[in-house]
Structures are given as C-alpha cells and as structure tokens.
Design a binder for this molecule. Sequence first.
Ligand SMILES: [Ca+2]
Ligand SMILES: [Ca+2]
Length: 438
Amino acid sequence: MRKWALGVGVLALLLAGAFAGETYYVSFEGDDAGSGSKEKPWKTLQAAVEKLKAGDTLVVMPMPAPPKVDEVDLILLGDNKKPGAQVVPTAYKGAVLKKGGEQGAPITIRAADKHKVAVGGGGEYGFCFQGSECQHVRVEGFEIFAVNRGVLVDGGAGFIEVSDCDIRGCRMGVKVGAGTDCAFRRLKIHDNKYGMHLGDKGKNKPDRMLVEDCEARNNHNKTKSAGSPIGKDNTDGFCCELGEATGIVFRRCFASGSQDSGFDIKPEDAVLENCIAGGGCKQGFKLWRGAKLVNCLSYGNGAREIQLAGIGKRGVELVNCTFVAKGNVLEADGPVKVLNCILVGKVSHSEKGSSEWSLAGPLEEDFNLLSGGADSIKKGQHSLTGEPKLVDPAKGDYHLQAGSPAIDTGTAAGAPKTDLDGKARPQGKGVDIGAYER
Ligand SMILES: [Ca+2]
Ligand SMILES: [Ca+2]
C-alpha cells in the first residue's frame, strides 16, 4: 500500500514537472545562442518564442525606457506612414508566434518588471498570434508602442490572454481577425489611431472575446485631412466590426476621446456590462444589430450618447444605464427596450427600421427617469419625468444625490444584482433607476 502511494506521488511529481515547464529569460544584453537561463539569457523575443514549449514561461528583462507618447507621434503618426523597420533601438522588436501551449499548460511571456519592458518602436507588431497552431498563450505586463498593430490575433489562433499592457502610438492598438476564446484584461489602449478592433467586414470572425477592465483613450487619426481638424477616418475606442461574431463581452471598460465611437459594436448578442463612454467621442455607444447594455454610463460625447443604427432580430436592451447628453441622448430605429434607465436629452426613434439589418419595432420603456426632451417618449406607467439630481455631472460624477426621484423607484425584475461601482443592488427600500444604486 505504501509502495503504491509512493509510486503515485512520484508520478504526480513527474506530471507536475512536465506541465510546469521551464522558465527562460530574454535580456537586451543577451545572446540568442545562449541557453536562455537567467545567467545566459537570449537577446531577441522572436528567437526566444520559437524555442518555447507548452508550459514554459519567458521572462523579459527591463531595458532603456521607450520614448514618450508625443515622440512616438513624430515617429509614427506624424506623417501617417506605415511602420516598417524598427526605428527605436532601445526597445525590443516584436514577435510573431505560430505555435503555442496546450490546455492546462499555456506558454507565458511576461515582463520582469511591469511597464518597464517596451516592445515596438517601429515594425509590424508588438505580439502577433498567427494560425490555428497558436493556442494557449499568455502575455503580461508590456509597454507596446509605435507599431502597425500592437497585438494581432489572426488565422484561427485561440485561447490568447493579454493582460496589464500599455499600448500606444500604434496604427491599431489591438486587432483580432479570425480567432476564438481570447481574453484581454487591464489593457490601457491610448493615443493610437484605432483602439481595439475585433473582426473585419464580412470575413475573419472573432468568437468568444472577453474584454475586461480595459481603457481606450484618445484613439483617433491625428493626421489632418482637408476640411477636417483631425483625420477623416472613423476610428473607435472599442470596435467589433463583424455582425456575425458571437460571444463578445465587454465588462468594466472605459472609452473616451475617440474620433467616432467609444464603443462601436455590431454583433447581435454582444453584452456590455458596467462600461463607461466618458466623453470626447462622436457618440458613446453605437450598436448596430442588437446588444444588451447593463449598468452603462455615457456622457459628454459630441453628436449623441447612443446610436442604435439598424437593429437586428433581437433589438437592443438597455437596463440600469445612465445616459446624459447636452443634445441628443438616443437615436434609434427598430425594437428597443429601456428599463430602469436615466435618459437626459433628446430622443429620436423610428419604428420602421432603416438599414440593411433592421426590423420594424417599437421603443418599449418603463421604470425610467426621463428629462431634457426624453420625457417625450414616456409610455411606461412607472416611468418618471424631471431632474434626476445627480451629484456633479460637470466633474463626471453621475451618482444620485439624496432626494433624487430615481432612488428606490426602479423595478427589481430584470435589474442586475450589483451596480456600476460593484455595490449590491438594491440598497434602501428598493432598486434605483440608473447605473448607480444608493
Ligand atoms: Ca466607427
Ligand atoms: Ca435603492
């Protein structure tokens, strides 16, 4: 019996060893002919990633600091040229991965010191995950800057997780073409031409993409074009271009300062939870076929806060959202359901539907607080009109003041269990209207 237990123990250790993999190192002063050990690190990311096996970890050592964002602008975006050769010699050149790990034994590539390891400064990619053999890879903690695409997943790559990276000065921050089952967490995607872009028109389908706790700020074309103060492209913070994509989820993401939309999302079943479009975009949210927005907030955007542009079979549902506009808050056609929301601003809605995907359908609403023109759509017998009494909208604080008519006047049916701050809902006597509970 004891012998048997010992045998199992040894086997378990052997298995654990096999799946834990090896740890290797890359250093700016290294040598690709070395062993990859801490004492004899490799020099380039590309040579290193080609040697990794399932379960291995690659630690990338710090190097001289990358240039600042405005220097990057001069390098890359100033004349809008497509980057070719690496022009910043003090950064690691990016890597293309064509192989990955296995389920339960991913390959991990991580910066030794978070945000002190820079990849890019010219070239095509920061990290590219290419082809269906490239599965189960994690990338953590890099500065990725001034390349054509900071992160690219394509050709059927899957189970790619990219987290805690700062991605800036690229033509496109993050791009997924054909890929599945990816997760992007805590990425700061800023000062690129395009932020995050999932899918292409009519091809290259991304499925099951989870985007959590990411920020997309100030992504727009800075090249002036004739007659326009900024470039002519409709670049977005977060975009899912392909309507057939499935399982697209954005959670706790923030977008501001995009040339077109904070969130420009086409798939029918997309879910956006606790997302904020915090100003400086043409519109906060643009939803094409359908989507469910829960605990979302939009304010301070130029043309409108939300545009529902040709709604698909299911329509759009807005639940416990707060949308506050100086002008138009909501423009929509086809079926829309609005529940427990604060809408401030003008609303326009057409029951006919007007684009290639739209169905005819009504705007249904109840348990909302409507003002600034939105009161014109009031149909629901539980909806209220009037000032929402928000704490300090001028400073971006859209919580409810004491005495707000939104307090305890929403419905529990269909309300999410937590609010935009993650606080339990309901508080007090009942569910509040809007994204914040008190
Ligand atoms: Ca757009
Ligand atoms: Ca309450």
